[in-house]
Design a binder for this molecule. Structure first.
Ligand code: FAD
Length: 524
């Protein structure tokens, strides 16, 4: 196999999102002499590479960066129409969720069908990590991976929090948090351990003099790009079409240049597939690595949300007039962001949801609602629900048709289980209870449930397992079963049913994978 390669790297990382970047950063520290090549299908869309696009203050440049991240769809999506907006607020089918700036659709089928219609991906240096919101809750109870030692996982989560710059204390003067925490604490804190009580959401961002900086992969990579050592290379617009296997070893990768269409082959000592939860299994499939579980157990976080008026915040009107209501959910107002996110943590069967409450920028509301928002804060109460990891929910790949990068075409299938629907019914009741306690739902608004795939948290497709029994793709160190040197990364590795946002866990698992690669390096 060796003579077909035109160059060589010690480690090839496919995908430059938060998990690929974590491997790059940690392996460059653990193995300073190793040559690391990170290939990325999408282009560099910001300076420095990997910068979160919301940190681009010029709105025109920010829009351009989003469009450049949209893979095959390099054009501005149509804005949400008034009809779509009205239907959304009334709880109807939310077609606007099929056009999300910065992303492109990989799902398909009817919006209310079984095709995972709203599944999206990003193709840019930084991946979805240049577009994400940054909520980083720690997993708890059944969200945790039972076969990873608790202390080891806690250490990895702490490392992930450092890499992603997560903290929960960036908004000490939030105009709404004290009221939200008091009301929701009364409702839900009894019987919870201190770390699972209602609290500010840990967020991956840093406060600056003029607002907030969201964490992108530039921050994870540190000075890998700014102080070149000659050992690390980021190669954008380069698609890994196939991992070349030599028995149980990954011998290298086959690369396709988006710009020139040229193919090349790079020999590799280790390959890490960090190409997101749908494109990593696609890459394994294209490489002839097709364990039973590959692409299966697909699960996400069905969402349910409603806007509510918040009573009991006396100085809201004055703050609004002073221009002090800048909300985290609105990237256009980063410079005056004052309110963070309030979190009701998932707490096992006692509270099987993850809830985020964010203040809504009054100007983003329809005319009628703006009058209410001028008197009282309006908040979005958003539920993330678990969905059961089930074999039948899956992404399948074609042997004959290809996508925009010449990779096997995807076909997704997803349906909620009975248990998922029971939890959804309970979530509807709890959502109403929360809105009534905070104030009331905005008049005319109904709970909204975006189409399947909208969460952008796709899990299970390359899941890890305790043993090689056909129910998983990789071991606890993220190494693909039956291979010596092929690793997978991303939310797809998470094997458990979760309610909370997954990136912190995926970055933690990537840190364990990097440690495992480094430990085995000497014996190579
Ligand atoms: C709007 C938005 C809000 C979000 N909010 C949150 C949140 O609050 N909390 C949270 O935890 N998560 C959130 N997420 C999800 C979060 O961004 C992802 O969990 C995270 O980015 C996953 O990291 P990753 O490295 O596994 O994959 P990605 O970030 O998806 O990166 C994968 C990269 O691999 C590249 N790639 C794919 N195939 C190939 C190939 N064959 N060859 C070369 N490159 C390839 C892709 O182009 C992509 O750039 C959000 C996402 C979005 C878009």
């Amino acid at each position: 196999v060796a003579d077909v390669f035109s160059e060589a790297a010690d480690i090839v990382i496919v995908g430059s999102g938060p998990t690929g970047s974590t491997y790059a950063r940690l392996l460059s520290e653990l193995l300073p002499d190793a040559r690391i090549l990170m290939v990325e299908a999408g282009p560099i869309v910001a300076d420095p590479p990997g910068l979160h696009v919301a940190n681009i203050r010029d709105l025109g440049l920010r829009d351009a960066a989003r469009i450049a991240s949209q893979g095959p769809n390099r054009f501005a999506y149509d804005p949400v129409t008034p009809e779509e907006h009205a239907l959304r607020l009334a709880g109807g089918p939310d077609t606007a969720m099929l056009r999300r700036p910065g992303l492109f659709l990989v799902g398909g089928g009817a919006i209310d069908g079984e095709g995972f219609a709203a599944a999206h991906a990003a193709a840019n240096v930084g991946g979805m990590g240049s577009h994400w919101f940054g909520a980083c809750p720690r997993p708890a109870e059944s969200e945790r991976i039972p076969f990873i030692d608790r202390a080891i996982m806690d250490g990895a989560l702490a490392k992930a929090e450092r890499l992603l710059r997560v903290s929960g204390d960036q908004f000490p003067n939030s105009p709404v948090a004290p009221r939200l925490e008091a009301v929701l604490g009364d409702l839900f804190n009894a019987g919870r351990s201190p770390e699972r009580r209602v609290q500010p959401m840990p967020m991956a961002l840093t406060r600056t003099a003029d607002g907030v900086m969201r964490t992108g992969t530039d921050m994870i990579l540190g000075d890998l790009l700014s102080k070149p050592s000659g050992r690390f290379e980021l190669r954008p617009e380069t698609v890994c079409r196939r991992i070349v296997m030599d028995g149980e070893r990954a011998a290298g990768v086959e690369l396709w240049s988006v710009a020139t269409g040229a193919m090349s082959r790079v020999a590799a000592g280790v390959v890490v597939a960090a190409a997101d939860s749908l494109h990593s299994p696609q890459l394994l499939f294209a490489s002839g690595i097709r364990p039973d579980a590959l692409g299966h157990y697909l699960n996400e976080h069905p969402q349910l949300s409603l806007y509510a008026e918040l009573d009991g915040v006396e100085d809201h009107g004055e703050r609004l007039q002073r221009g002090e209501v800048g909300v985290l959910a609105d990237t256009a107002v980063a410079a005056r962001t004052t309110s963070g996110v309030t979190w009701i943590p998932y707490d096992g069967d006692r509270f099987p949801f993850h809830v985020q409450i964010t203040q809504i920028e009054p100007s983003s509301l329809p005319e009628g609602d703006r009058v209410i928002a001028s008197r009282k804060p309006v908040v979005a109460v958003s539920f993330f629900l678990p969905s059961e990891p089930r074999y039948e929910n899956h992404v399948a790949f074609s042997d004959s048709e290809t996508d925009w990068c010449g990779r096997p075409k995807m076909n997704l299938r997803f349906r909620l289980s009975e248990r998922d629907r029971e939890r959804l019914a309970l979530a509807r009741e709890t959502l109403q209870r929360i809105c009534d306690a905070l104030g009331r739902p905005l008049p005319g608004h109904k709970p909204r449930m975006p189409p399947d795939g909208s969460s952008l948290h796709y899990q299970g497709t390359i899941r890890m397992g305790e043993r090689d029994d056909g129910g998983s793709v990789a071991d606890r160190d993220s190494r693909v079963w039956g291979t010596a040197n092929l690793y997978v990364a991303g939310n797809g590795v998470i094997p458990t049913e979760t309610a909370g946002n997954p990136t912190l866990t995926s970055v933690a698992l990537a840190s364990l994978g990097a440690r495992h690669i480094a430990a085995g390096w000497a014996s190579r």
